[in-house]
Every structure is written in C-alpha cells, then in structure tokens.
Write a protein that binds this ligand. Structure first.
Ligand code: GLV
Ligand code: GLV
Length: 325
C-alpha cells in the first residue's frame, strides 16, 4: 500500500509507516498547492498531511484509492469532512497529545501581552534601559481578573487550569454547557452567550474550532463590547477573528492588547496588525514542542496503520467515518 506524507515531520511516525508501506515524503510546502496534490493523490491509499494541505472535495474525488486522511493537527478545517464522509474516507486528527503545549503557548501570549514583554525587551535591546523606572512598561495584573474562554474543550480546559493557577476567575461559553461537576472542577462559570463573555472578561481566549458558526465570531461588534484593558488571545484559527477589525481596535487603543498565534490568511499577516500597539504575533507555533510533535507524529501514523490494517483501535481518538462497503 502507498502512503503520501506531504512533508517531513519530527517524530517516528514516518519510520513507522515506512516499516509497513511504500511511503513518499514530499518537500516542505510542496502539497500546499491543490494542483500539485491533485496530480498525485490517485495512487495513494493514505494521506498524512498538514493543516496547510487543502484536502478539498476535488482532491478527495481524485483520490480513487484513498482510504484515510490523517491530519497532523487537531484542527481539520482544511479537510472537506462532509465529502470524505460521503465517500467513506476516514479522517483522523491529533487531539489530546497537543493540549498542554497549546495551552502553554496561549498562556505565554497572555503573559507577554499583559506584561508588555515584547515591547520592554525591544526597548532594552535598543539600548533604552536607563534604570528602574516607576512608570516603565506598566502592564496588567492577571490575579483577580476574569478569563473568558470561548470553546471549553480539551485546550480550553487546559487554559482554564492555568488561569485558575494564576488566581483568575473563569467564565466560559461553549457549544454545550459543561456538566455541573466539570464546572466545579474548572471553577468555571457559564456565560449565556459570546456577547456576555466578551463583555464580562478581562481576557478573552479562543479555543473553539473554525466552523461556519465561529468564523468572524470576534467581529467589530464584539470587539466594541470588550473591556477597555481587555486582552484577546487566539491560538485556535485565524478566521475566528476579523483581523481588520481587530487591527483597527488595537490602533485606536480600545482594548488592552492581543496575542495571536494564528491568522486569517496564513502565512500572510494583516499589515495593520504588524504595526498595532501591544500585539504579540507568533508564526503558528502553539503545538511546537519536541514532545508534542513526536506524539502527533506517532498518533497520525498509527491512525493510518490501524485503519489500513482493518483493526480500528478505539483507543485512538479519531473522527471516524468508516468507508462504506
Ligand atoms: C494546529 O493548529 C492544530 O490544529 O494542530
Ligand atoms: C523592584 O525591583 C523592587 O524591588 O520593587
């Protein structure tokens, strides 16, 4: 059987696949173009791809032999899941293994923005440090503030644990309200709507998937409802935020700042965000720890192996759409 891995990745997943199948590994970014992927997909039984790989309906239809798409990411908005489902192609992702790394990164962004770490460090490197200063880089304290979490899944909960550890109150909104015991466990209070969440939070951190419902959930209207010193953190997906509206809000100093790991049109970053005050921007690295990337690799490969070998391993958390026979 033939497996296409769109580009090299850290971890042992590729070796695991090579020990069983005929594996082709593309070059970095090679299959980010739909035309390129379409040329070759017809001869593969399995695809191990990245969140930058456009697994569109056309690609799936050109995949005559394709039985599984294993996405090296937890988010799978790059895959046309509906078409895959219709065609009986299994779609797998890499949940759980990246939860802690992603929540760490969201928290790193939050601390950086709250304490103006980037600006302060830039100033020091520019030779401007002239001694301790009563007014130097005044930031915001996290303790006692309210963290508003939009999307209380695995990563949202991991963020909540961190926020609680820093003495923050937790408010959340989610597709579904948590069970009362989970609300107790995470010290989390339910907000009836996203409007209420943004209005009542000092920090708004996004942890929902990108869906038609969450696209531009943080729009001009909701940004206007945020508190004067509030901080927006996005480690989920860029298009959940209307970037132009956010950039304008930051330039007008109507919120405290933003920390973003994801962008609407990656790898492009809205030019007005690059010049916005108190904004920390990262190149989509939330899951980028050696430990996590190794686990993602093993999980993505084992989803392929268990599916191709007809031994669905129910311990593997995948989005399972079994091929119709
Ligand atoms: C990264 O963005 C992921 O979805 O894993
Ligand atoms: C600050 O460095 C202090 O000692 O208060």
């Amino acid at each position: 059987m033939r497996v296409l891995v769109t580009e090299p990745q850290p971890g042992k997943g590729i070796d695991l696949l090579k020990s069983r199948y005929d594996v082709t590994v593309g070059e970095r970014g090679e299959y980010d173009r739909e035309e390129r992927l379409k040329e070759v997909i017809g001869s593969y039984h399995a695809l191990l791809c990245c969140l930058s790989t456009p697994v569109t309906s056309d690609i799936l239809k050109a995949g005559n032999k394709l039985r599984i798409v294993s996405n090296y990411a937890v988010g799978y908005n790059n895959v046309d899941v509906e078409t895959a489902k219709e065609m009986g192609i299994l779609v797998a992702n890499t949940p759980d293994v990246l939860t802690e790394a992603t929540a760490d990164c969201a928290f790193a962004l939050l601390l950086s923005v709250a304490r103006r770490i980037r600006e302060a460090e830039d100033s020091l490197r520019a030779g401007e440090f002239d001694g301790w200063h009563p007014f130097g880089f005044l930031g915001t304290e996290l303790s006692g503030k309210t963290a508003g979490i939009y999307g209380m899944g695995r990563i949202g909960r991991a963020f909540a644990r961190r926020a609680h550890g820093f003495g923050m109150k937790i408010l959340y909104n989610n597709l579904k309200r948590l069970e009362p015991e989970d609300e107790t466990k995470y010290y989390a209070r339910w907000a009836d709507s996203l409007d209420e969440l943004v209005h009542e939070s000092d920090v708004v951190s996004l942890h929902c998937p990108l869906t038609p419902e969450t696209r531009h959930a943080i729009n001009k209207k909701r940004l206007a409802k945020m508190r004067q010193n509030a901080i927006l953190i996005n480690t989920a997906r860029g298009p959940i935020v209307d970037e132009a509206a956010l950039a304008q809000t930051l330039h007008e100093n109507r919120i405290g700042g933003a920390g973003l790991d994801v962008f609407e049109l990656e790898p492009k970053v809205h030019p007005d965000l690059l010049t916005a005050p108190n904004c920390v921007l990262l190149p989509h690295i939330a899951s980028a720890t050696r430990e996590t990337r190794a686990r993602m690799s093993a999980l993505a490969a084992s989803s392929i192996i268990s599916h191709l070998e007809g031994k669905p391993d129910h311990a593997i958390p995948t989005l399972v759409y079994q091929r119709k026979t």
